[in-house]
Design a protein around this ligand. Sequence first.
Ligand SMILES: Cc1cc2nc3c(=O)[nH]c(=O)nc-3n(C[C@H](O)[C@H](O)[C@H](O)COP(=O)(O)O)c2cc1C
Length: 222
Amino acid sequence: MTHFTSEEKAGVYRAIRERRDVRSGFLPDPLPQELLMRLLGSAHQAPSVGLMQPWRFIVIKTRTIREKIFEDFQDASVQEYETYSGDRARLYARLTLQGILTAPLNLCVVCDCNSSCGHSLGRHTMPETALYSAVCAIQNLWLAARAESVGLGWVSILHPEHVKSVLNIPTSMTLVGYFCMGFVEQFASEPELESIGWERRLSLEDVLRHETFDQEWSATRR
Ligand SMILES: Cc1cc2nc3c(=O)[nH]c(=O)nc-3n(C[C@H](O)[C@H](O)[C@H](O)COP(=O)(O)O)c2cc1C
């Protein structure tokens, strides 16, 4: 396989930089089947431990199913809200934390952590790598969606056992993520949580260490 051209490289970095979690501003247009398959195909090309491919995707369009998930979000969100007080509670109340009913499509990603596919390679001491593999698939999907002007929003303010029962997900499967998905006209230039002052983006140096965890990266440049 050949090297990337400068333009192709720029496209990859742009998708990474401009990917956003999208929970509002969805257009009502349904996603064409061909596009949906292309996006899910990108997810399916993710790396996985032992080539295990443990991700399973549930595409949800039916309103009544989405309403049940939305009700669970409302319950979970009230519980989360009650853990905050003062300014943070006021900020929380202002946030749009999901687009379950406003997006034309929902997607649930589950992980078959016990699949024999991959013959356990790489999972002997770290079984959790099955879950990490499923998250790699989600990130592929998120980046490909951005390139296609499709917004994707991760909704984790849910009770996983309830979602599993609504979607008939076997108990042996682990719920990894629930998403709202649809075309959007524009993507915000920065995370909403940053714009409203919920949290600031750390600098790269804040998360870098030199040789061992206890050595700050910045110390190496002095
Ligand atoms: C695992 C995971 C779960 C998330 N759950 C929620 C959620 O329930 N509601 C929400 O509004 N955003 C959720 N987000 C989105 C994050 O808030 C968002 O990714 C972060 O603020 C950075 O913004 P950006 O994705 O636009 O760069 C989730 C993101 C991840 C990775």
